[in-house]
Design a protein around this ligand. Structure first.
Ligand code: HGA
Length: 607
């Protein structure tokens, strides 16, 4: 999603802004631009496509100045064209914006009625035009910005730069994240701390409704009511090396390979090695007096919730509901004062998930955030935060965050089972032993890289792929299909294996491979029957199973992937790896942009 950068520097800022925008590239974008105040004059350069186009332009038409703003745009309103690229300018003001101005059409009409013309199709341009209108009435830059904010509806983060003001940035946050970095006689603004990583490790996160007047001397922050407020300056440990590819061809490959280490770190955190079965989750997480669990998320995180639904039911006997955040929020969900609502998001900034959290926050017993970024909005607004400790995830297609989310959710379900008397110490010890063995099994699964690369070469030639699974393998099938379509653009669908004959079997022919995810578990025979139904109709089948499963059912399949044997609890976590590797290698074989697939964005900060 759109990335924002702003700098009041001691030296030329355009190259530094460009570097910061590079660190935001992972969020996904389609055009980019920078504006600076150069000898008092506001100047801007914009380019469609990747940042290299903007940097080429800057070589021929450099931008000078010590104050500037920059933007990577992921279009919501108006095509990815040069005129729609940010910064948008109206006379003496330039704006960069992340989010959506929901009343922009009404505002445009109002401005049009006054004879104001438009040069873009964006909602963002209205902000610049409204600020200019206030400035023309004689308002100061700050008052003009304040007056404009009062007219905007929707979710946004924005930064304003003014002609003639080389020591002023006005920024505001309403729904989309924004961080301020403190330097030595310099100040920075960024959509996230990653953008500011090498510039500053002292970060202030703006709260909902905050606006700030920034000069090189510091930031004056005001809340939505205009009261001056203090927001903490936090020291961020942002190991710059962790956002490098470290020799891997893609971030996604690196992040897939990191999973054994991430899982080991997560377990070290939540499952102390010294005590056999003590789950080190906060005491405040109490499932005893709880009548149900609700899990809400989007995309891959939603599939993690889907797996957790099985765990909460089977391990803790707890009714569990899952929903997609954008649906949950608007369907008027029935809540209970004894309900624990869990919101899962890698970035902790997912706009729909945040809105869903706010929707039920005061109506349930407890709101828990399972996030990768503990300083994020979702984390800050929840009653309890359980970080997944996955480290920065840069590839747009989530990998290590998914398995780490599953790790935390499994521990929560075990804790619930223990607290509710469903799991005795022996059963608990069995499950924690299984979790401790998981990093080793993940390492073995990574050894399948070559096998899966070969399989992917073959899959890359197909247009449609089906994924099937039963039980906890059903959400894994959904995740496998999502991953494949996200980065290879192959149309992929997933079904619960038992659903096959209720419709999707009509798709089966020699041109539609079916990937069956089926460890040799209690449901194996049933899934194998569905697999046979596919083969009887000449559909090529890829069986992902363990040695026993493949020995039993793999003789007539097109291809098989032999996974290490895994206990029922950890199998869905382990089987994420082949699903990710299939998607990754298929995308590589097809030559698509693995880390920044078309149209997709990381940290989805608009609804
Ligand atoms: N609505 C603005 C900004 C979009 C955005 O924030 N994307 O992440 C536009 O379309 O330019």
């Amino acid at each position: 999603m759109c990335g924002i950068v702003g700098i009041l520097g001691r030296h030329e800022v355009a190259p530094v802004i460009l570097e910061a925008l590079r660190r935001l590239e992972y969020r996904g974008y389609d055009s980019a631009g920078i504006a600076t105040v150069q000898d008092g004059r506001l100047e801007r350069r914009r380019a469609v496509g990747k940042l290299v186009n903007l940097s080429d332009l800057l070589v021929h038409e450099p931008l000078r100045g010590r104050a500037g703003i920059g933007h990577t745009r992921w279009a919501t309103h108006g095509a990815a064209t040069l005129e729609n690229a940010h910064p948008h300018r109206a006379g003496p003001v330039a704006v960069v914006h992340n989010g959506i101005i929901e009343n922009f059409a009404a505002l445009r009409e109002e401005l049009a009625a006054e004879g104001v013309g438009f040069t873009t199709q964006t909602d963002t341009e209205t902000i610049a035009l409204l600020v200019r209108r206030e400035l023309e009435k004689g308002a100061s830059p700050r008052d003009a910005a304040e007056a404009t904010l009062g007219q905007l509806e929707g979710a946004f983060a924005l930064a304003l730069l003014f002609e003639g003001e080389d020591d002023l940035l006005f920024v505001a946050r309403q729904g989309s994240p924004l961080a301020i970095g403190h330097g030595d006689g310099e100040m920075y603004v960024g959509s996230d701390a990653i953008a500011l990583a090498p510039l500053s490790d002292r970060i202030t996160y703006l709260e909902e409704g905050d606006r700030a007047v920034i000069t090189r001397a510091g930031a004056e922050i005001f809340d939505a009511e205009g009261r001056r407020v203090n927001r903490a300056v936090q020291r961020i440990e942002m190991d710059a090396a962790r956002v490098e590819k470290s020799g891997y061809r893609h971030f996604m490959a690196k992040e897939i390979a990191e999973q054994p280490r991430v899982m080991a770190g997560l377990l070290e955190h939540y499952l102390p090695a010294d005590e056999a079965a003590r789950i080190a989750l906060p005491e405040a997480l109490d499932f005893t007096d709880c009548d149900r669990v609700t899990l809400v998320a989007c995309g891959t995180a939603h599939y993690a919730c889907h797996v957790a639904k099985y765990w909460f039911g089977q391990l803790a006997g707890l009714p569990c509901e899952i929903d997609i955040a954008s649906e949950f929020r608007y369907r008027d969900p029935v809540t209970s004062p004894r309900e624990i609502a869990i919101f899962v998001s890698q970035s902790g900034e997912t706009a729909d998930t945040l809105a869903a959290l706010r929707h039920v926050k005061d109506r349930v017993k407890q709101v828990v955030a399972v996030v990768n970024v503990p300083t994020s909005s979702i984390a800050r607004e929840a009653d309890l935060v359980l970080p997944i400790h996955a480290g920065p995830e840069i590839g747009v297609a989530s990998t290590k965050a998914f398995t780490a989310q599953l790790g935390v959710l499994a521990l929560m379900a075990l804790r619930a089972g223990q607290q509710r008397g469903r799991l005795d110490q022996t059963a608990l010890a069995e499950h924690t032993t299984a979790l401790r063995a998981l990093p080793g099994l993940m390492n073995s699964a990574l050894g399948l890289n070559e096998t899966i690369a070969d399989l992917a070469e073959a899959l890359a030639g197909y247009r449609d792929v089906l994924f099937l699974g039963r039980g906890t393998m059903y959400p894994l099938a959904l995740e496998g299909a999502l991953k494949l379509k996200e980065i290879s653009y192959i149309h992929a669908e997933a079904y619960a294996a038992g659903e096959l004959k209720h419709g999707p079997i009509a798709l089966i022919d020699t041109q539609v491979p079916t990937i069956v995810m089926a460890p040799r578990d209690a449901l194996f025979a049933k899934t194998v029957s569905n697999m046979q139904e596919v083969m009887a109709r000449h559909g090529p089948v890829v069986l992902i199973s363990d040695a026993e499963g493949i020995a039993e059912a793999g003789s007539a399949v097109w291809k098989s992937v032999r996974m290490p044997e895994a206990p029922a609890l950890t199998a869905p976590i382990l089987y994420a790896l082949p699903a990710q590797m299939i998607a990754y290698h298929t995308a590589v074989a097809k030559g698509t942009d693995v880390d920044q697939p078309r149209n997709l964005a990381k940290s989805v900060t608009v609804e």
